[in-house]
Design a protein around this ligand. Structure first.
Ligand SMILES: [Mg+2]
Length: 290
């Protein structure tokens, strides 16, 4: 083979490899078309796996158990003690506790934001030290209520401002842990955690539960502020659990439940109940036919 033949062969190989390396317009068009088909197929699959059932969101504290247990009082005492342990005098501790609760929906939120405390240490010393096993017991009526929710029509999740350890503990003692499919809690391990009634909390909850349709959210909570916030976001069915006449502690201050005054226009569309059993009527389409 002459030098000329070798050069010609090298040129042919080079031009062949260039063709391989730089795809033709036809090849690009084919690959794009295949990608579009794949994306369309994946979208169809995602849509077909989308769960279109309603979602029943249950607050835990002072909702799944009554305020008559006085657990909120015991919580308030522990949070106050925590403020004192940070060196605040009595009066300032009381004021800050209430201020942070009112401003952020959770005293802990203010403590983390302004005093850089360890939220998990707070949780251990406050919620973690509550003698819940001495106060709560398995609630067969509550369990029956949850069992009677028609799971072909609605999923059931808990939605709390507490950390997961407290949430699981309460659900476990009440004997309903297996009745909730998931728990949305405040992630105290993240210094930037969101809590009710912040919109971000509700959005995160929907994301965690893979839920897109606001109108499918059915929510019950003892805090009117939380229920209002959810309603404002567009959650479809919002219920305020209001045990009128009982006393609870919010932000360290005792408060008679239901003394917030009459419902105002902002509360339009919010149903008020005094007993969870009323959910059987309020959400009658989400319960099994008796
Ligand atoms: Mg509550």
């Amino acid at each position: 083979m002459t030098l000329c033949h070798l050069r010609a062969a090298a040129t042919r190989r080079a031009s062949g490899s260039l063709r391989t390396f730089f795809p033709t317009p036809q090849l690009i068009s084919f690959k794009l078309s295949a990608l579009i088909q794949l994306h369309s197929k994946m979208s169809t699959q995602a849509a077909s796996t989308q769960d279109d059932r309603y979602m029943i969101w249950l607050d835990i504290d002072n909702t799944l158990y009554s305020a008559s247990t006085r657990i909120s009082q015991a919580m308030g005492e522990r949070i106050h003690a925590y403020f004192l342990s940070l060196g605040f005098p009595e009066e300032e501790a009381t004021d800050l506790h209430h201020k942070y609760y009112t401003q952020y929906g959770l005293a802990l939120r203010g403590l983390v934001r302004h005093h850089q405390i360890d939220a998990l240490d707070f949780d251990r010393k406050c919620d973690g030290s509550l003698p819940l096993e001495d106060i709560l017991e398995p609630d067969h009526k509550l369990r029956k209520l949850l069992e009677d929710m028609d799971r072909s029509k609605a999923r059931v999740w808990a939605l709390t401002n507490a950390y997961k350890t407290h949430a699981k503990r309460v659900l476990g003692i009440l004997g309903v842990e297996d009745q909730v499919e998931g728990v949305v809690f405040c992630d105290y391990s993240n210094p930037q955690f969101a809590c009710k009634p912040e919109p971000e909390y509700f959005h995160n909850a929907m994301q965690k539960a893979n839920l897109q349709d606001l109108s499918k959210c059915c929510f019950v909570d003892d805090s009117r502020a939380n229920v209002r916030a959810a309603k404002r976001l567009g959650w479809g069915r919002c219920v305020h659990f209001c045990e009128r006449g009982l006393v609870t502690v919010e932000g360290g201050k005792a408060k008679e439940i239901g003394r917030d005054g009459a419902l105002d226009p902002e509360d339009e569309g919010i149903t008020v109940i005094t007993d969870l059993e009323e959910l059987r009527t309020v959400w009658s389409d989400l319960f099994k036919a008796s």
